[in-house]
Design a protein around this ligand. Structure first.
Ligand SMILES: Nc1ncnc2c1ncn2[C@@H]1O[C@H](COP(=O)(O)OP(=O)(O)OP(=O)(O)O)[C@@H](O)[C@H]1O
Ligand SMILES: O=P(O)(O)OC[C@@]1(O)O[C@H](CO)[C@@H](O)[C@@H]1O
Length: 303
């Protein structure tokens, strides 16, 4: 079974307008309310691709109820811990013809006893399970929380995927995550360098591998992706042709696509192409990728 963990789920309030003027009253010409957060998006795309998972994490208030309702409407299972106070955050994504602006909420406090409840759920995972730890954590939590989870699950034959930034990611490498998926900007930030070409990206992806990650998947938005795999292979793919509609959740979709491809073929290369196709299928659609959209794009990639 696959489990995803989202510490800080969100309602994504996505609005479009021709121009966004700070300090003025802006009126939208399109709006969408989507239950999200990285792990939750991974669970939804896995389900769209035909793979079951259980979404874990913390929800709260009226927004938490709506996130859970939407997740279940896709047929996904959840086992969230409901926090007594506050509400799951609302993340505002403002899209104009020129740019995307994000205003992400902070999310509710997670008390110590709720963390213990999550640990108790994770203790029940069994050998062969996959755990996806994805997204930021509320700022009241220490940034070693993913590390603590991995330490607890060490030597239990559980494949762990981490999609997070900076210390949250760097701290877990020693526990040998199965897959990490930084984007090229996050990779540059982690090493405080400028990455100018694919060779630079491969160099720093390999450093993350030397630090413990088994497979490093670096996404590069419209410029495609690179996989540095544990079998020593290095694969680059451009993105399939298509029109960008909404890139929110493209990275999460890529993770779901990679896992699905790996489960179905046991090949890192095929998993990688499935990841790229799934990321792009989400980027080319108002909603998250569906299986038929992914398969259509996969046929156009060089694999
Ligand atoms: N403009 C685009 N055109 C085509 N494919 C895209 C585009 N943006 C993203 N993708 C696809 O999705 C993958 C992941 O995108 P990206 O690198 O933006 O991830 P990310 O930064 O983690 O995204 P997010 O945090 O928004 O989920 C890319 O490798 C690519 O396959
Ligand atoms: O603040 P985080 O946890 O880093 O990112 C949260 C978020 O931007 O990630 C998802 C897209 O990847 C959205 O559904 C959500 O709003």
């Amino acid at each position: 079974m696959i489990y995803t963990v989202t510490f800080n789920p969100a309602i994504d309030y996505i609005v479009r307008m021709p121009e966004f003027v700070p300090g003025a009253t802006n009126r939208v010409n399109y709006e969408q309310v989507l239950g999200g957060g990285k792990g939750i998006n991974v669970s939804i795309v896995l389900k769209n691709l035909g793979i079951d998972s259980t979404a874990l994490g913390f929800i709260s208030g009226f927004t938490g109820k709506e996130i859970t309702r939407q997740l279940h409407s896709f047929g996904c299972k959840s086992d969230f811990i409901e926090l007594p106070d506050g509400f799951s955050r609302i993340n505002v994504k403002i899209k104009t013809n020129e740019q995307e602006t994000e205003v992400n909420g902070q999310g509710p406090d997670i008390p110590e006893n709720a963390i213990e409840e999550l640990f108790a759920k994770l203790d029940k995972l069994t050998a062969g399970d996959t755990l996806v730890l994805a997204g930021s954590i509320p700022k009241t939590l220490p940034d070693d929380i993913y590390e603590k989870i991995m330490a607890r699950l060490e030597n239990r034959n559980i494949n762990i995927v981490v999609d997070a930034t900076k210390n949250l990611l760097l701290n877990v490498l020693k526990y040998r995550p199965f897959l990490i998926k930084p984007n090229n900007h996050e990779l540059a930030e982690m090493f405080d360098v400028t990455l100018t070409c694919n060779d630079d990206i491969i160099t720093y992806a390999k450093k993350l591998q030397d630090m413990g990650a088994k497979n490093v998947l670096v996404s590069m938005g419209k410029d495609g992706a690179i996989l540095v795999a544990e079998d020593g292979s290095i694969t680059y793919s451009p993105v399939p042709k298509g029109k960008l509609v909404n890139s929110i959740g493209a990275g999460d979709s890529m993770v779901a696509g990679f896992l699905t491809g790996y489960i179905e073929t046991n090949s890192y290369e095929k998993a990688f192409y499935m990841g790229v196709a799934t990321g792009s299928a989400s980027a080319f659609s108002e909603n998250l990728a569906t299986r038929s959209e992914v398969e259509a794009l996969l046929k156009t990639l060089n694999n």
